[in-house]
Design a protein around this ligand. Structure first.
Ligand SMILES: [Zn+2]
Length: 161
């Protein structure tokens, strides 16, 4: 196929080819039922078989010899699910205070003086503490203070953050 039409566009050129519809039934006389089914299926962007037949019929294609099933590897691949990754965290702490998880989010409001929201969560019991700081590096001191406070006011021992 020769792309013999040069179309100018904003960043250069695109080459194109003018295509003319063929008389489908004539073109398909030597094609097997399977090949015709697959060709139509691919031409119609992997529609299911009923949609393929309906669309082909509307375009004037004889669908009497189109199979009722499609054996398309691409569709099988697309439908195959990725093996699920176990969501359970094997290292999850069950001891209160042992593991603190820290998450930070930026705050977009112009009026907010503090730009980062630091959320600390105890992994075992989901207890949460929030801090607001100007810079991400400013989160260190409040977290140290939090850990000191936890050690002073409870019998918890923070081991992981
Ligand atoms: Zn397909």
């Amino acid at each position: 196929m020769t792309f013999d039409i040069k179309i100018k566009c904003r960043r250069g050129h695109v080459f194109a080819k003018e295509l003319y519809p063929t008389k489908h039934d004539m073109a398909l006389t030597l094609e097997s039922n399977n090949n015709k089914t697959m060709r139509l299926h691919k031409q119609f962007c992997h529609l299911d078989i009923q949609q393929v037949k309906d669309t082909a019929q509307k375009l004037g294609v004889n669908v009497d010899d189109v199979n009722n099933k499609i054996n398309c590897e691409d569709c099988k691949m697309a439908k195959a699910k990725q093996k699920a990754v176990p969501k359970k965290d094997e290292t999850k702490s069950l001891t209160p205070g042992e593991r603190l998880c820290i998450n930070s989010s930026s705050i977009n409001t112009r009026s907010a003086k503090k730009k980062f929201w630091i959320l600390v969560e105890d992994q075992a019991i989901s207890m949460k503490w929030s801090f607001f700081v100007n810079n991400k590096k400013d989160q260190v001191n409040p977290i140290i203070e939090l850990i000191k406070e936890i050690h002073e006011t409870t019998d918890w021992k923070v081991s992981f953050i």
